[in-house]
Design a protein around this ligand. Structure first.
Ligand SMILES: Cc1ncc(COP(=O)(O)O)c(C=O)c1O
Length: 446
């Protein structure tokens, strides 16, 4: 009997024993093509020699020295790399390093509050985020997310975060409405929400540039984030871009916000940063935020024992170097364009695929019962969960999820292959997804 408190203790999960490139291998020797990086983590596959060597090399030097006393070389180099490559506007910003996306989100929220307090703007406490978003599982991050199903058991413990609708064209765009008009309409809901709470009371707006776990790779329409930026500037609200899932090359640029004509004040990144070789996340703060702290207390009001861990930072730095040296951002764009075409060719006319959306190597298929009415399958069928299991049985990892329609109903399949995915592997991903989708659809329809 296992003594690990697994995510489910009613069944068993395979035990991973090894890896080979983009495949994981369990203890029976069965191989799984990793088409989701678990949750868009493993962007370099599982056996990148340069990353492994960098981690081993750092182990031989020093692993841990408390950040209350020391900095370390990998943390310094990683922060410089990230700030130098951050979207325009980060200037002399700074980065802090933490252990998970949720931790980064907690730190980002606290940093936003600190920014206002440092400037004597004490009334600013309200956080506004978006429905159907996911920002993590710790209490602050969970409250910030807009996934009702995940929040429900913990509701009494959560801070009161306000939510506006996401920029979700498939369900929210009106018939005949242009992308531009739609983007402006959705962004303007932020202004309405700010005014509802009182312009001087809002601390920050939080959004995923490309929504991942809850919405299945939904990018915003052009102009949406530009208008969001204008509104934030007008009302003195900080804009936090949660790039935990979509950042670090996943969408074809190092930062997802590089593809929007707007620059956030704070960016969180995690998954692709360590690529699964190390647990690491980061909060990047732009010069405006850093200057407020510098001119104020001079101290960061946040700390964790394992911040800026030298091994984690060395691993992440090596991941970023591999992305740069192997020109993997170009590979994401090229393979992503192929993948998009393959998805459209295979599922574009499928009666149960309502929407195909995404960017780079980050794609979602929204499953519907009826393509005309966009009605989802009942949540109790757990179609997403069944497809995930079927795909796993067929030797592949994917990331299906539920809740895109209203936080409970609505199934989607998220696919996020490694940046090193080959043409042959793309074929396998399409074939396996199609086979398991059809298989499970035939069961729920019979
Ligand atoms: C956008 C986003 N933010 C935050 C998180 C939380 O990250 P973690 O699971 O590492 O705590 C996730 C995880 O899926 C995420 O997708």
């Amino acid at each position: 009997m296992s003594h690990v408190l697994h995510r489910t203790i009613k069944g068993t999960v395979p035990v991973v024993k090894g890896a080979d490139g983009n495949y994981l291998i369990d203890e029976t020797g069965k191989k799984y093509l990793d088409a989701s990086g678990g949750a868009a983590v493993s962007c370099l596959g599982h056996t990148n020699e340069r990353v492994i060597a960098a981690i081993k090399n750092q182990l031989d030097k020093v692993s841990f020295a408390h950040t209350g006393v020391f900095s370390n070389e990998p943390a310094e180099q990683l922060a410089t790399y990230l700030i130098e490559n951050a979207p325009d506007g980060f200037g002399n910003g700074r980065a802090m390093f933490l252990g998970s996306g949720s931790e980064a989100m907690e730190a980002a929220l606290k940093l936003a509050r600190q920014y206002h307090l440092e400037r004597g703007d004490e009334a600013r406490t309200k956080i506004i985020a978006r429905d159907k978003s996911y920002h993590g599982n710790t209490l602050g991050a969970l409250a910030t997310g807009g996934h009702k199903q995940r929040q429900k058991p913990f509701d009494p413990l959560l801070i009161d975060v306000a939510h506006i609708p996401p920029c979700y064209a498939y369900r929210y765009k009106n018939e005949g409405e242009s992308d531009e008009a739609f983007g402006q309409r959705m962004a303007n809901t932020l202004e309405e929400e700010i005014l509802k709470h009182g312009a001087g009371n809002v601390a920050a707006f939080v959004a995923e540039p490309v929504s991942g776990a809850s919405l299945g790779a939904e990018p915003a329409v052009p102009g949406y984030f530009k208008r969001i930026r204008e509104i934030c500037d007008q009302y003195g609200v900080l804009f936090i871009a949660d790039e935990v899932m979509c950042g670090m090359g996943r969408t074809g640029t190092l930062f997802a916000m590089d593809q929007e004509d707007a620059c956030p004040d704070i960016i969180t990144i995690a998954k692709g940063l360590g690529a699964g070789y190390q647990p690491i996340a980061s909060v990047l703060a732009n010069e405006k935020v850093i200057t407020a702290i510098q001119d104020g207390s001079g101290n960061l009001w946040n700390g964790h024992t394992y911040m800026s861990h030298a091994i984690a930072c060395a691993g992440a730095l090596a991941v970023l170097k591999v992305i740069e040296e192997d020109q993997l951002l170009g590979a994401v764009r090229a393979q992503g364009a192929k993948f998009k075409e393959m998805l459209i060719e295979t599922f574009g006319d499928h009666p149960n695929i309502g929407d195909i959306r995404g960017r780079g190597l980050f794609w979602g298929l929204e499953i519907v019962k009826d393509r005309v009415t966009k009605e989802p399958f009942p949540a109790e069928l757990n179609l997403a969960g069944k497809i995930k299991q079927d795909i796993l049985n067929n030797g592949m990892l994917s990331y299906p999820s539920q809740g895109c329609v209203d936080g409970v109903r609505g199934d989607h399949i998220l696919l996020a292959p490694p940046y090193t995915v080959s043409d042959e592997e793309l074929d396998i991903i399409i074939e396996t997804t199609k086979k398991c989708l059809e298989n499970q659809l035939s069961k729920v329809s019979s």
